[in-house]
Ligand binder design. Sequence first.
Ligand code: PRX
Length: 644
Amino acid sequence: MTGKLYPVGDAASDARITRADYLRRYAEAATDPEAYWMREGLCVDWIRPYTRAKDVSFHEVDFRIRWFPDGELNLSANCLDRHLAERGDQVAIIWEGDEQGDERRISYRELHAEVCRFANVLKAQGVRRSDRVTIYLPMIIEAAVAMLACARVGAIHSVVFGGFSPDALAGRIQGCGSKVVVTADQGCRGGKRIPLKANVDEALARCPEVERVVVVRRTGADVPMTPGRDLWYDRLVADASPECPSEPMGAEDPLFILYTSGSTGKPKGVLHTTGGYAVWTTSTFRDVFDYRDGELFWCTADVGWVTGHSYVVYGPLANGATTVMFDGVPSYPDHGRLWETVDRLGVNTLYTAPTAIRALMREGDEWVTRHSRRSLRLLGSVGEPINPEAWDWYHRIVGDGRCPIVDTWWQTETGGILISPLPGATDLKPGSACLPLPGVRPVIVDADGDELDGPAEGNLCIADSWPGQMRNVWGDDQRFFQTYFTTYPGKYFTGDGCRRDADGYYWITGRVDDVINVSGHRMGTAEVESALVAHRQVSEAAVVGMPHDVKGQGIYAFVTLNAGEVATERLRDELRQWVRREIGPVATPDALQFTPALPKTRSGKIMRRILRKIAEGETSGLGDTSTLADPAVVAQLVADRGSA
Ligand code: PRX
């Protein structure tokens, strides 16, 4: 199957990159990467120019990933200062609140002043180059301000999604040793309040090293402030100077840490550095979204995820774009929210996740078609495979058949988009992320690590580095190399399965490891399992993904109880709520099946393959179960399936 083809057609007429440009650039980047990147690196401003671009080896003996290594720059200056002369009065960020029409706009000049003020606040609180600052905020302008202020003074930010629990927050604060936390009194989502400050207070009971908590007033709720530790953001910035020179940062100096789930153990702190990340987000934003001056770009992701880092904040602002920060949800106050907002603000590009598209598609076309959506020029999709039905609805109903869709494949680890159509250059196939960007070399390998040519299906690796690649796992060099470069030596392994068709198009089939992609959010099975076994009545747990109509994948938990405990509906609910509290709402199991035992090999390894099949409802073809210690367990699991 190669899928239906949507030719570039009219979209090409005024696109900055045509098919011929794409092919030429791809070939240049492949044949002479050094020359290509020496030139491309100039998309950002350097304080001290680099004299070489690429210094990389994926092999253990001389493993290193360095880009533009002797250059110096500051990403905050690239997002702010460099725009002041030409577009100081242009709106940089439009904030759209949870309540429809609750809006705030900030120009580049105002944003620059605010970032400088907060950078001075950070310095006054003792934050220095390479110190870590944890940011636990809703989608408000201050979140971008805090990130940019860190980048300005050379501090490393670690943004934690506001939907994570106090426990998850504490783990991430301890993981990177932040001494400062920036939060808000409360967040608002779909008309509900999120007790962010209370969560921080609870988390900090376990993080005695934290010296300062800066609290933004979002709702004005009365929250307890710990004297000597907690300070109000508005008071601090009011007294701070609006001038703050930006620190010259080495290209390989750390920019941020972002925790993401892996297949084993605790979430890992993905580390990105300054120069390569700046070049990658700046150039991919410009090319993939074919951004034109004066346009309005709306990425609906939260800054707590990598999409929010790269395409709400850094990519758009480095390009001098106007970016929308949305503090609400697509279903509030009703299912027309996105389209009402698109019309009211005049959004030109909308970049969202398949899970949102599927959820809205279910509500019927009327919610969409009652709004004009005439301002839309381009649609984007990210975070999980988009099924062709959802793609078609997005294209036909939302985009009235006029807007190309860029289905962008990438990961927290990749910093920015790696595989995606370019709107004026690539014929589209619904459900395919299409073709690699210039400089990206995807390869498909079989289980033995052999590279497959032509049309093929297997595991997706990237054969060579690109500037936006992560540089390390915070505090664990071994884990970085071990996780990504040992499965298929000499290559970066993505953890994704993939098919390449006869036209060379890539079709991502989903994770091949123990990571579940719930509504485009990564969840490690190990994390959910350890939350479950922390419950006093639980003996063992195994968690796998299951197909879910809206979320893409749901979480299916198999649980065995301690001797003497009784499986009841109440306990099932309690355990689901328990996980929700331990990690956050994204981790809540969709199904939870009690079982007297888990299927294990004679050496005690849980056979997840069997559990996955049962969760998928494919109970007939369970394959070879002869290696199980007790094959009868499987029959029991199948018989009990309906109870989950
Ligand atoms: O499985 C792939 C899926 O999301 C994973 C990365 O998740 P995360 O690091 O949280 O970053 C999400 C936002 C970039 C990938 O390993 N994924 C992401 N984009 C796509 C996708 N799967 C299919 N198609 C995509 N466009």
